[in-house]
Design a protein around this ligand. Structure first.
Ligand SMILES: [Fe+2]
Length: 274
C-alpha cells in the first residue's frame, strides 16, 4: 500500500510539473466579422509560478506559447504564489510573451493571498495588461473585438473590488465579438445573462487535477470542472491550468494545458450565407 501510494505521488508530481500540452479548438462565433476568421487566441491559466515552478519552467512555457504565433494571449488568473520580491526571477520570463495584440489578464484568488497591491503593480511591468472590471477593444483590419476581465470573488474577503461584469463592458462597442476573462467559472451563468458575450474563459478548477475528483469540484464550482459548456447565450471554456499550486502538487489523468482557440463563423452564419 505504502509503495503504491508513494509511486502514485511521484507519478502525480511528475505529471503536475510537466510542460503543458497544446490543445487546439476552433471556436464558432455568431456574426463573426470576416477579418476575424482564423484569429488565434491563446489562453493560459493558473500558472502558479512558485518555488515548485520556477524561472526555467516559466521560460520554457513562454517559448512554447510564442511558437504558436498567437494574435492575442489571455491569462485567466493565479499567475503566481508568493511575495513579489520572492518571485521576481520566476515571473521575469513572462515579459517575453509575444502576440500581435499583446497580453491581457484577469486576477485569480491566489493574487489576493499575498502582496495583492504589489502584484497589481508588478504584472503590468511584465507587459501584462490587467483588467479589473474593465475591457479593451482590439481593432483588427477595420473590425473590433472586445475583451473584458473581472476581479475575483475572493476580493470580498479582503474588502476589495467585487467582480462586476456590467462595469467591465460599460462603454464597450455594441458590435463585434466579445470575450470575458473570469478566473472562477462559478458565476458564469450570471455573466452570460448580464451582458452580451460570445465566449467566457475561466480556470481555477485545474480541471479537477485527479481522476475521481470531478464530482467534488463540480459541487464547488456550479457544475463546471473542465472543457466546454454551453450557456444560454454564450460558451464557457474552463481551462485545466498551465501550472499547479504547490500546496497540492499532483495531477493524475488531468494534464495541464495551453489552449489555442481559432475563431470561426458559426454554422448558423454559414447557413445564412448559403
Ligand atoms: Fe489556481
Amino acid at each position: 500500500m505504502i509503495t503504491a501510494s508513494v509511486g502514485l505521488a511521484i507519478l502525480g508530481l511528475r505529471e503536475g510539473i510537466r510542460l503543458p500540452e497544446v490543445r487546439r479548438y476552433t471556436v464558432p462565433i455568431r456574426d463573426l466579422p470576416a477579418v476575424f476568421e482564423g484569429f488565434r487566441v491563446v489562453q493560459l491559466s493558473d500558472l502558479h509560478a512558485s518555488a515548485l515552478l520556477t524561472a526555467p519552467h516559466v521560460d520554457a512555457l513562454v517559448e512554447r506559447v510564442n511558437a504558436l504565433k498567437p494574435d492575442l494571449i489571455l491569462i485567466t488568473g493565479d499567475v503566481v504564489d508568493g511575495l513579489v520580491d520572492q518571485r521576481l526571477e520566476d515571473t521575469a520570463p513572462l515579459a517575453k510573451l509575444r502576440a500581435r495584440y499583446g497580453v491581457l489578464a484577469c486576477e485569480g484568488n491566489h493574487e489576493h493571498y499575498l502582496d495583492y497591491e504589489g502584484w497589481m503593480r508588478r504584472l503590468p511591468t511584465l507587459g501584462i495588461d490587467l483588467l479589473r472590471n474593465e475591457c479593451r477593444t482590439i481593432n483588427h483590419r477595420g473590425a473590433v473585438l472586445t475583451v473584458g476581465g473581472v476581479t475575483d470573488p475572493w476580493a470580498k474577503r479582503f474588502g476589495r473590488e467585487l467582480p462586476d461584469v456590467r462595469k467591465a463592458f460599460a462603454g464597450a462597442p455594441a458590435e463585434g465579438p466579445r470575450i470575458l476573462m473570469a478566473h472562477q467559472p462559478k458565476p458564469a451563468r450570471h455573466y452570460d445573462e448580464a451582458v452580451r458575450l460570445d465566449l467566457i474563459l475561466s480556470g481555477h478548477t485545474h480541471g479537477g487535477q485527479l481522476w475521481g475528483m470531478d464530482m467534488a469540484v463540480a459541487v464547488l464550482n456550479a457544475t463546471f470542472v473542465r472543457g466546454w459548456y454551453r450557456l444560454r447565450r454564450s460558451r464557457l471554456y474552463v481551462h485545466s491550468g498551465s501550472g499547479l499550486w504547490n500546496g497540492f502538487p499532483i495531477r493524475l489523468g488531468v494534464p495541464s494545458e495551453i489552449a489555442l482557440f481559432t475563431l470561426a463563423p458559426s454554422r448558423a452564419d454559414t447557413e445564412k450565407a448559403g
